[in-house]
Design a protein around this ligand. Structure first.
Ligand code: GCO
Ligand code: MG
Length: 415
């Protein structure tokens, strides 16, 4: 099974995606997601300039060997650009292998361990009444686990709060990486203002209102998006204990693994971290010392199906579960890869799920489905996603950035 051709497709159907498409001599096509939100073209270059020449004419069946060759062979290891590129090659090769076998990928990974993957959706509101409406809409749409994010009195714009409506009352577009404004030839990140004290005061009152309205059963999650110091995070975890969260995510900036020790000593609120990680080595302290409950990496950023499987197997040794990253900047290809792993691994916890826009789904033809709170990757051979290259060409790349945060005095803060 030799690789005949490989191409990188950058398309922007609503937001930017980077996809690797590998074709074998016998005509099998494999897809891999290499999207790195806001830094897309660096991964395209890494793939086109440094990876594709190395795998041209290679044996598509040698997945582990290709992974090790690209990881160890580069000498310069890890990092989001390198690992997104390796992820794309790896995922495309798994797609091809499963298609060659005529089976869905999860069968190659050991077969189904469950009937579907519990998915959480994103409820948000600029204030509490709007948030309660959004939770209600998510319950009506079938979600059985819900992430809660709200506006904070005194702040104009806050991470995780939808600013536009997708129609049908579903507000989902909470963090489009912003495109250049009309007339400007130089896109710059928008700047938001942040105030941790206001956030810490407000958030427990929000969870109190949600529990009062919807009762104790519904699993509720929250994303702190890297903004707290360890002692602030510890305080928030304690304050949220009465509301029985499924998890508190990214309470502190992820690169400081030791920070989680301090949080852990103070609270029994479960902790999740890792969406910006790209290697199992980013987790070693967290896993060995059982400082977290869920690993948040995505197949797209953690070295593909191979990298993610290695990470989840190590996490499983410590009883730590998966909670794979699944916002809309993970393409439908990355999402499908996650779903096959979700179905197969024993230590599955939950899957994040933000539905892609209709425009995105014009380019990426998916077969995975959502019903009664669970996602299923489908039984289509391979990943079960096709890329319509003509549709992709209609949506050329558009420079865009995530926002940045500043404190009220102008100091740069984590976003
Ligand atoms: C999440 C994440 C995303 C990130 C995004 C950045 O939990 O879904 O925090 O919302 O902000 O992936 O590109
Ligand atoms: Mg997050």
């Amino acid at each position: 099974m030799r690789i005949k051709s490989a191409e990188v497709i950058v398309t922007s159907p609503g937001r930017n995606f980077v996809t690797l498409r590998i074709t074998t001599e016998d005509g099998l096509v494999g897809l891999g997601d290499a999207t790195l939100n806001g830094r897309e073209l660096a991964v395209r270059s890494y793939l086109e300039d440094h990876v594709l020449p190395l795998i041209a004419d290679g044996d598509a069946s040698r997945i582990e060997d290709t992974w090790q060759y690209l990881y160890r062979g580069a000498y310069w290891r890890r990092g989001p650009v390198t690992m997104a590129a390796i992820s794309a090659v790896d995922t495309a090769l798994w797609d091809i292998k499963a298609k060659a076998a005529g089976i869905p990928l999860y069968q190659l990974l050991g077969g189904a361990s469950r009937t579907g993957a519990l998915a959480y959706g994103h409820a948000s509101g600029r204030d509490v009444p709007e948030l309660l409406d959004s939770v209600r809409a998510h319950l009506e749409a079938g979600f059985r686990a819900i992430r809660i994010q709200t506006g904070i009195p005194g702040l104009d714009s806050v991470y995780g709060v939808a600013t536009s409506s997708a129609g049908g009352g579903e507000r989902y577009d909470y963090e489009p990486a912003r495109r250049a404004t009309a007339g400007s030839d130089r896109p710059l990140p928008t700047v938001e203002t942040w105030d941790t004290r206001a956030y810490l005061r407000h958030l427990p009152t929000v969870f109190e209102a949600v529990r009062a309205e919807f009762g104790p059963e519904l699993p509720l999650l929250h994303d702190g998006h890297h903004r707290m110091t360890p002692i602030e995070a510890a305080r928030l975890g304690k304050a949220l204990e009465p509301y029985d969260l499924f998890w508190l995510e990214d309470a502190t900036p992820g690169e400081d693994q030791a920070a989680l020790r301090l949080i852990r000593q103070h609270t029994t609120t479960p902790l999740a971290i890792g969406e910006v990680f790209n290697s199992v080595y980013d987790y070693t302290t967290l896993l060995h010392e059982r400082l977290i409950d869920y690993v948040r990496s995505a197949v797209t950023h953690a070295g593909g199906v191979t990298g993610m499987k290695k990470l989840l197997d190590l996490a499983g040794v410590y009883g730590i579960k998966s909670g794979m990253h699944g916002p809309t900047d993970i393409s439908p290809v990355g999402m499908a890869a996650a779903l096959h792993l979700d179905l197969a691994v024993h230590n599955f916890g939950i899957q994040e799920y933000m539905k892609h826009s209709e425009r995105t789904l014009e380019v990426f033809r998916t077969s995975y489905w959502f019903k009664d709170g669970l996602l299923h990757p489908s039984d289509t051979p391979g990943l079960g996603v096709d890329l319509d290259t003509e549709a992709a060409a209609r949506f050329p790349y558009q420079p865009a950035y995530l926002p940045v945060n500043r404190l009220r005095d102008g100091t740069v803060h984590d976003w």
